[in-house]
Design a protein around this ligand. Structure first.
Ligand SMILES: Nc1nc2c(ncn2[C@@H]2O[C@H](COP(=O)(O)OP(=O)(O)OP(=O)(O)O)[C@@H](O)[C@H]2O)c(=O)[nH]1
Ligand SMILES: [Mg+2]
Length: 412
């Protein structure tokens, strides 16, 4: 389909709050941010309290009439529902309302589709979209004409209305095969990196916490940072300097969110799991977000799912400039503002301090005849003091368990 002039997408949000539901407000606010990220204009939002979702139309019939009137009066083009809709609810809602209806999952999928840049990222998103689509295809793609595309028609469908289940299944298999190849290549690169005995730090955290801003602060500024959700999709690794000659890399990666569609989690697993192979995880939290505690819980539970709990962790509350009195939920922690002018030095010091914690202290006597080897040692160790004596020098510092053997070269 050729995209003609972009018209404003006017959306209406709908949420149903079930009894005992946690975080309903957070998730409705997040839905609005997600819609804005997808370049839609949020006209209004409807909430309803119910004991359970209506199996046919998700909201009750009275509410649905109200919504239909609103859709007409406000010239709404798309209705976004804050939950996963069954294919049937989706069709029914579209029939009654006469406009496109999408759910939270499809909205997130659309944003990921907008954002994907790398070959791998595009494959991963496409895979997630097809998996989402599959159960929604009945017969020969009758529903597809309605379901395809999302808020801005970025879905895999629309241009391929002839899609049927079998062809979708074939595509899924094909993409999975391509992804395996990409992942294998990545594993090889990773092995090389592991061998290189570089100290690896991974940034993780909720979307919009400030991970890319921290990455940019510590490197030459190239990561896309923006007040949008899912600004970053592809994992990026760069060398950073912490003082001394210690070789350190920093990896920025996709942010987390509540109710990340399972199709996406499974397709992005390999990207998320990049963080598994680091020596230190830096958990970045937006201290100024009133829901930061819920954000933390989401991140910690995804980390648990990915078996990353045992990796040493540094908790950074970010955006200190926006908070007055702040109570952390995670300890120990540091409060920073990645945007402040001295954040670079502050971050370097915090990282270095944490690395010393992880490393083991050592004292080494180096005869002058072996002084030339110290330079190499510095790439894997933090040197604290060099005390020159008659026959050589005494060095104290910190080194990782993994690299302790390097000290043996200095023994007589
Ligand atoms: N006021 C203030 N804003 C900040 C600070 N750090 C980051 N931001 C802003 O927060 C927004 C999100 O920052 P990003 O670095 O893109 O966040 P991210 O964690 O990479 O987000 P995703 O890529 O979506 O996961 C941007 O608009 C930043 O300018 C800070 O210390 N203070
Ligand atoms: Mg980012």
């Amino acid at each position: 389909m050729i995209e003609t002039e972009k018209k404003e997408e006017r959306v209406l949000l709908i949420g149903v709050e079930l009894q005992g539901m946690d975080n309903f407000d957070l998730s409705m606010e997040e839905l609005a941010s997600l819609a804005k990220t997808a370049e839609a204009v949020v006209v209004d939002s409807y909430r309803q309290k119910r004991e359970k979702y209506d199996s046919k139309t998700f909201v009750g019939s009275g509410k649905l009439e109200e919504i239909a009137l609103m859709v007409d009066a406000e010239e709404i083009n798309t209705v976004i529902v804050n939950n996963r809709l069954t294919p049937r609810q989706n069709v029914n809602l579209e029939e009654v309302l006469g406009v496109k209806v999408i759910d939270r999952m499809q909205l997130i999928l659309d944003i990921f589709a907008m954002r994907a840049r790398s070959h791998e990222g595009k494959l991963q998103v496409h895979l997630a979209q097809l998996k989402y689509l599959l159960p929604r295809l009945v017969g020969q793609g009758i529903m597809l004409s309605r379901q395809a595309g999302g808020i801005g028609s970025r879905g895999p469908g629309e241009s391929q209305l002839e899609l049927n289940r079998r062809s979708v299944r074939n595509q899924i298999t094909d993409i999975e095969r391509q992804l395996k190849v990409v992942e294998k290549n990545r594993a090889t690169v990773r092995e090389k990196r592991l061998e290189s005995s570089t100290f690896k730090i991974g940034l993780i955290g909720y979307t919009n916490a400030g991970k890319s801003t921290i990455m940019n602060t510590l490197t030459s500024k190239t990561q896309y940072e923006a007040d949008e959700l899912f600004a970053t999709l592809d994992a990026t690794t760069k060398s950073i300097h912490l003082g001394g000659n210690l070789q350190v890399t920093l990896t920025d990666t996709v942010g987390f969110i509540q109710d990340l569609p399972t199709e996406l989690v499974s397709s992005f697993k390999s990207t998320l799991e990049e963080s598994k192979h680091v020596d230190l995880l830096v958990h970045v939290i937006d201290a100024s977000n009133s829901y930061h505690e819920e954000h933390e819980k989401t991140v910690l539970s995804i980390m648990k799912d990915l078996n990353m709990e045992d990796i040493p962790r540094l908790t950074l509350y970010n955006k200190a400039d926006l908070v007055e009195d702040f109570t952390p939920t995670q300890t120990p922690y540091a409060l920073i503002s990645a945007k402040s002018k001295d954040s670079r030095e502050q971050l370097q010091a915090l990282f270095l301090e944490k690395i010393k914690d992880i490393f083991e202290p050592f004292t080494l006597r180096v005869p002058f005849s072996k002084s030339y080897k110290i330079h190499d040692l510095e790439s894997v160790a933090i040197l604290e003091e060099r005390d020159y004596q008659d026959d050589g020098e005494v060095i104290t510092g910190y080194i990782s368990e993994k690299n302790k053997w390097r000290l043996e070269e200095f023994y007589d």
